[in-house]
Design a protein around this ligand. Structure first.
Ligand code: IDP
Ligand code: MG
Length: 156
């Protein structure tokens, strides 16, 4: 198992508008994961549509893409890459279930939001989707190389 596994996390416009950026970043930082890259964007609808392409036949696809894709009003999304042991799986556990109503207290969605269509955060659901999503939203030069001084105190 590699402790340089990476996942793609996005704080959706509802999370940004509700002032939850710091709270969400804090949870990943405190767990010990390493922030590899971060930026704020007004996501284009085209990119959002590609990002959610697997859901294209779902009835909520249009609404989801137009909300995050800033069509309703200019809205911002915070995009991040996080790194650490088993981070794809652990990141999903930290997020909770897709529906906040089914998410346990202690998870991000279980603590910070109420409804499915405003569930504030995205996290890659597999190594394969993490790789695709990182490639879709970030350029290689946006991932700055640095070594975390905590490494030896997080991993044996
Ligand atoms: P995930 O975000 O937990 O991976 P997905 O099934 O990949 O969940 O769905 C992507 C996003 O689409 C969800 O996070 C949620 O914002 C939205 N979504 C999923 N199902 C519904 C629904 O039934 N109604 C409205 N929005 C939905
Ligand atoms: Mg998903």
């Amino acid at each position: 198992m590699a402790n340089n596994e990476r996942t793609f996390i996005a704080i959706k416009p509802d999370g940004v508008q509700r002032g939850l950026v710091g709270e969400i970043i804090k949870r990943f930082e405190q767990r010990g994961f390493r922030l590899v890259a971060m930026k704020m964007v007004q996501a284009s609808e085209d990119l959002v549509k590609q990002h959610y392409i697997d859901l294209k036949d779902m009835p909520f696809y249009g609404g989801l893409c137009s909300f995050i894709g800033s069509l309703l009003m200019p809205l911002n999304t915070i995009l991040q890459i996080w790194e650490g042991l088993n981070i794809v799986k652990n990141g999903r556990l930290m997020l909770g279930e897709t529906n906040p109503a089914d998410s346990k207290p202690g998870s991000i969605r279980g603590d910070l939001c109420i409804t499915l269509g405003r569930n504030i955060i995205h996290g890659s659901d597999s190594l394969d989707s993490a790789k695709k999503e990182i490639g879709l939203w970030f350029k290689p030069e946006e991932m700055v190389e640095y070594k975390s001084c905590q490494h030896g105190f997080l991993y044996e």
